[in-house]
Write a protein that binds this ligand. Structure first.
Ligand SMILES: NC(=O)c1ccc[n+]([C@@H]2O[C@H](COP(=O)([O-])OP(=O)(O)OC[C@H]3O[C@@H](n4cnc5c(N)ncnc54)[C@H](O)[C@@H]3O)[C@@H](O)[C@H]2O)c1
Length: 330
């Protein structure tokens, strides 16, 4: 019998790596995407495969009887609006796509008796967290974006409770790798912006101190984790995924370029992210395979992907930092 998996947001960065992983594991893969940030280029390698189907649609327009969910074993819900700075200025858009959109997907899963749903949440729900951060730590979202993601988690728990929807949640650390580019504004200091800047030969914009450290996870490790979690019998579980090996910003910058400018700090951002991933159960099925040293090499090898990306100037990034800082107390 054919195994059918559905990926919302499958034309995006992480979604398209998950599509690759599922196709390579002989799944019949269905993708729903509205291409708001995703790209047809990310999935074009599969367009002629008889095991691949694409539905260009907004998840907010899904009806519960949507036939695309029929006979689906696993639903991976990755479609999301993710621009944190923009969420401070257009909060209802993020509530709508991330919270109501998740309910639409849950209703389709419920109606079509999907075997399991996996949701990609984010470490951002913790806000300025304890280090290392446990799944049981209290969420303290800093932005409407982070609030919309934790709200979506709550909706999934509610649907599991009331309607017995088998579902699990991954709280993903900052991820990187090929295809990760945001032609429009995303997160001011994120190093995909830096790779774009390297390609366009403009200075890298380092926001705040280079001593800050990030827990980073390579894109294919996220894809592996999604499938591993779908296959676990237990449900209603929430897991952190990261490498638990935070990398200093200075080390990341050094690997990309020595032409950089330092900009003022973004208020309230944690000085370190470090997700504790020692939770049993899942740990026996998954662990990250790609070290930062290898991951950054694979990313730099795909640097031409960033040719069409927006060349962020120092002024662009500065105005984003200002937009962010206006929304937080001193
Ligand atoms: N990239 C990271 O570092 C990271 C970290 C933590 C969590 N995540 C989570 O992983 C998931 C994927 O993130 P990504 O980095 O690949 O982002 P992305 O923007 O590359 O992908 C999101 C995809 O969803 C699609 N989409 C957005 N709104 C939609 C809608 N209303 N209807 C249908 N499709 C829609 C976009 O077109 C895009 O293809 C998200 O849920 C995100 O919150 C990402």
């Amino acid at each position: 019998m054919k195994k059918i998996a559905l990926v919302t947001g499958g034309a995006g960065f992480l979604g398209s790596h998950l599509v690759d992983h599922l196709m390579n594991h002989e799944y019949h893969v269905r993708v729903i995407d509205n291409f708001s940030t995703g790209s047809k280029k990310n999935i074009e390698q599969w367009k002629d495969s008889p095991r691949f189907e694409l539905l260009e649609k907004d998840i907010l327009d899904l009806k519960e009887e949507e036939s695309f969910f029929k006979d689906v074993e696993f639903v991976f819900h990755l479609a999301s609006a993710d621009n944190e700075v923009d969420s401070l200025y257009n909060p209802s858009h993020y509530t709508s796509v991330n919270f109501l959109g998740t309910i639409k997907v849950l209703e389709c899963c419920r109606y079509q008796h999907v075997k399991k749903m996996v949701y990609t949440s984010t470490h951002k729900i913790y806000g300025a967290p304890n280090i290392p951060t446990l799944e049981t730590d209290r969420p303290r979202p800093l932005t409407p974006y982070a609030l919309s993601k934790i709200s979506a988690e709550r909706a999934i728990e509610q649907w599991s409770f009331n309607f017995n929807i088998p579902a699990s949640i991954l709280r993903v650390a900052d991820s990187y790798g090929p295809r990760c580019r945001y032609p429009e504004n995303y997160f001011a200091s994120y190093f995909d912006v830096w790779i774009g800047q390297k390609v366009h030969q403009v200075p890298l914009t380092v926001v705040g101190s280079q001593d800050h450290k990030w827990d980073l996870i390579y894109c294919t490790d996220v894809a592996n984790a999604c499938l591993a979690l779908a296959k676990i019998e237990e449900n209603k579980q929430t897991y952190n995924i990261g490498t638990s090996k935070p990398v200093a910003i200075s080390e990341i910058v050094q690997k990309i370029s020595n032409n950089f400018k330092t900009l003022p700090e973004m208020k309230m951002l944690p000085k370190e992210t470090w997700l504790d991933t020692s939770n049993s159960g899942f740990k026996t099925l998954w662990s990250p395979k790609v070290s930062f040293e290898h991951g950054i090499k694979f990313t730099m090898a795909a640097i031409d992907d960033w040719k069409e990306s927006k060349p962020w100037s120092v002024d662009d990034v500065y105005s984003l930092v200002e937009k962010w800082n206006k929304c937080f107390p001193n």
